[in-house]
Structure formats: structure tokens, C-alpha cells
Design a protein around this ligand. Sequence first.
Ligand SMILES: [Mn+2]
Length: 374
Amino acid sequence: MKKIKRLNLPSQGRVIVISDIHGELNLFTNLLNNLNLRSEDYVIINGDLCEKGSNSKGTVRYIMDLSKRNTNVYVTEGNCDTVVEDLLKENPKLMNYISSRKHSILKEWLDEVRFELNEDTTVQEVKDILTQHFSHEIQWLMELPTAIETDDYIFVHAGLDDCEDWRETDRMSAITMPAFLEKSHRTGKYVIVGHWPVVNYFCDIPSNNPIVSEDKKIISIDGGNVIKSTGQLNAFIIHRTTNGDTFSHTYTDHHLTCEVVKGYLSDPIMSGSISYPNYELMPLQPSEHFTLCKQVGTNDLLYVKNEYIHQSEKGTYSAKTDLSCAQISVDIGDIISVVDSSCSGYDLIKKNGEEGWVPKDVLPVKQRGSIPVV
Ligand SMILES: [Mn+2]
């Protein structure tokens, strides 16, 4: 990769890392408010500002202004942000991309200048129009560094190759490689990445919270915002002190919150989760609310909520979406978010970033109605 930015961080204060905003400007500004952002804080936006969410152009505009106004705000590029590079290269596949995608910054920009695509519109025409009206944004996105290196950290969207000199990592690998937490590197520094929703990494209770691997020196922070129905936008916070750095995090999401009215101790036999690409199931033992299934891709035994099991015309079974198969414990007074209250017997909730099932009487009566799965 060629675009590497060197940065000196102060030895004290906060460094806030946020990735994969994907056009969710409201979640992002709420997150900044929750953080009580101060001018001395450093902020690293670690790629994928646009695409998938509903306000890509607003998000890019906002972060562009933020980084120009504030000398402590830095941004790296993500694979979704390279959509402007495809535009400048006149990639013919872009026409299909713009017309088939529900949300794209290119479509939002075309809408803003009231240009309507038709079957004959060429990528050259789109490029001419957008470079005429949005040259500042396009140039700013094109110039984003692939990685930011400090004395102790490397910020990169997806990951680095396990080679002698990490700078030799191909740029496209650095912004697209899957599941970096399952790989390794030899940089000697903490590598902080987004891109791969952390909930995809197996754990007993599915969680969207950042994962810090001290062994691998990898910190993975993508909370699955927009991509996952139960996802969240994480802020990973590095607290710099003279005695060494400590870490914490906070997040925002779109779910309604409520207060738990009755405590519940989870059944530990119910754990694990279903996530991409292991959706295929073999039902073994049905019961009123959950069916014990073998997950075909992993051979794991999971209790899957009946409403989420789909039978194909061929008679095979699969999970309809990513799903927690865990129960979680709650205490009276806990503030939790309600993810799905439309199923029988149990509600799917999120508590401190973790997802799981609790019996319906745990939530206040007004929450037990049917709120659709987001
Ligand atoms: Mn990405």
C-alpha cells in the first residue's frame, strides 16, 4: 500500500476509534454526543463512511467538515468508500450497482442534482455530472490514507498481511480481507480494524462489542451497524496514560430501550449463535418455543427459536437470518433494548451489546406487544 499516514498521539488523553458508519449519520452524531467529545480528543474514523445506510452523502460531508475543522480528526479509507474510485475509472459495472442498490452515495448525489438515470445513461455521463458538482467530496475520499500508523497502533479498515513489512500489504487486501481476527500479523503494534462484524466470531453469547485480542495484538471493532439487524455503532476508546493505555467502549443503535421488571437467570445449555454463512440446520428435537438443531456447517448443537426456522420447498431447513441462540441473565432495573418481541414465549433482547432470549414476563407489559424485527 502506498497511502500510509504517520501520526504522533499525545501520551495522555482519549483516542476514539469508530468504523463502519455506513451512512448512519444520526447514530454517529448521537455517539459523539454520548462521548461528550472534547477538542483535545483524537478521533479516528476507520473506513466505510458511506453505502448501505440512508444518509451517505450527509455522513461524508459531516466527517469531511469535522476533519477540516478539527486537527485531531483522522480518517482511513474502507472498501465501500472506493466507490468514487470506480466512478473516476468509469467502471461499467457501476451502472448496475447504482440502479440495484437501495442506498449509495452516488445515487444520493444524482438525486440531489435531480438527474434521473435511464437505460441509456452511461457511466461516463454519471462521472461528468458528479465530478462537476461533488469534486471536493470525491477528491477528499480519493486521498484518504489506507492506514494510519502511530508508535503503538496501526489503524486500517480490514487487516494486514502476515509479512516482514506490513507496508507491503496490497491495498485492496488491507481494505477487504475477511475475518482478520482469525489471522495474524508481525507489526509489533496493536492493529485496529473494522469491516468484519465481530458478532461473526464465535462466542457463547453473541456480542457486538469490540474484541481486544492481547495475544494477537488485534482489536476488532465493527458492531455490525446496518449490516446486522441487531447491530450497533461502536466507539472504541483508548485512554492514554503515562502508566500505559487502557481501553473501553460505548455504542449507539436504533433499538428501543426499556427497564427489566423481573430478574431471570439464563439456562446455560442455551448458548451460541447462527451467523453468516452457516445458516443450514438439521432439526433434531422440536419443542414449543425452541427446536434443538444441528448446525450443518459447524456440527454445533443449538436451540433455535421456532419462528426463525425456514423450510425450503426441497424440505431443507435454514435460519432466516443471523440469530442468537443464547439466553441471557437480567436483573430488575437493567436497561436493555428490545430486538424482537413478536415471537411466542420469549423476547430477543440486547444487554450491554450482548444478544439473547428472555421469557416475556421479564419486560414491562407495554413492551410485550409486537414490535417488528428491525
Ligand atoms: Mn468494509
